[in-house]
Ligand binder design. Sequence first.
Ligand SMILES: Nc1ncnc2c1ncn2[C@@H]1O[C@H](COP(=O)(O)OP(=O)(O)OP(=O)(O)O)[C@@H](O)[C@H]1O
Length: 264
Amino acid sequence: MEKSVVVSHVTKKYKMFNSNSDKILDLILPKGYGKSFYALQDVSFDANKGDVVGIIGVNGSGKSTLSNIIAGIVPPTTGQVTVNGEASLIAIQSGLKGELTGRENIELKCLMLGFSKKEIKDLAPQIIEFADIGDFIDQPVKSYSSGMRSRLGFAISIHIDPDVLIIDEALSVGDQTFADKCLEKMNEFKKLGKTIFFISHSIPQMKKFCEKALWIQYGQVEGYGSMKEIMPQYEAFIANYKKMSNEEKAAFQEKMRARRTAEV
Ligand SMILES: Nc1ncnc2c1ncn2[C@@H]1O[C@H](COP(=O)(O)OP(=O)(O)OP(=O)(O)O)[C@@H](O)[C@H]1O
């Protein structure tokens, strides 16, 4: 099987400060000051061409951080990501420039990817048609609703023909008709043997669309395998957590917090 994405020992650390004076101490002291928070800790896995991987995990586990790292938007603190080809991320907070209009954003993204003026002229109408946001296409993106941003982001990403597509919650803000249209496009993508990472809070959507599941649990890989194998484990964890008393929940959260924090 040809590998399309290899993530090797990726850790993402953020500094945490309790006050501004801590920030200043961090700048002054040679060893730094404050605490570090691990958004991701030693994450390793790989995906083959044609894999459709659902990334699952509770809020704050590190799913979006991982998406951004695979897409090359955020660098890992340590570790390596190898992507065979071009990766494109569609997220609610996608890389659209708020001051530019939808049309200008399309042109900018295509230019950044090295498309020629002629190619952009051919592609732009297709993207605009798919996004289907009417006259808003000539308005600054900052005036868009989250659903409109998602529509434009999805339309751009799907038409620039990336090898790896990462969809982070982008289908949760639009209406059902648009989500269905996107799922149809994603199926076409799947058939072309491209790799897709999909993040959604809709478990039925994940089960329907993804063959594999990557379970990120408080910054670490808890499981990676077929959706059939991993999803029941995740659902069992959620069910167990719900049954815990408030004290047990607090103790568990404290344990996870301790696992994710370190002195600088
Ligand atoms: N720039 C940042 N600075 C500090 N902490 C951050 C930063 N970005 C993310 N984090 C922290 O890293 C952790 C992982 O966040 P991330 O958004 O990746 O989780 P997620 O699994 O996508 O969550 P959700 O399901 O709520 O979208 C969170 O605790 C978050 O607060």
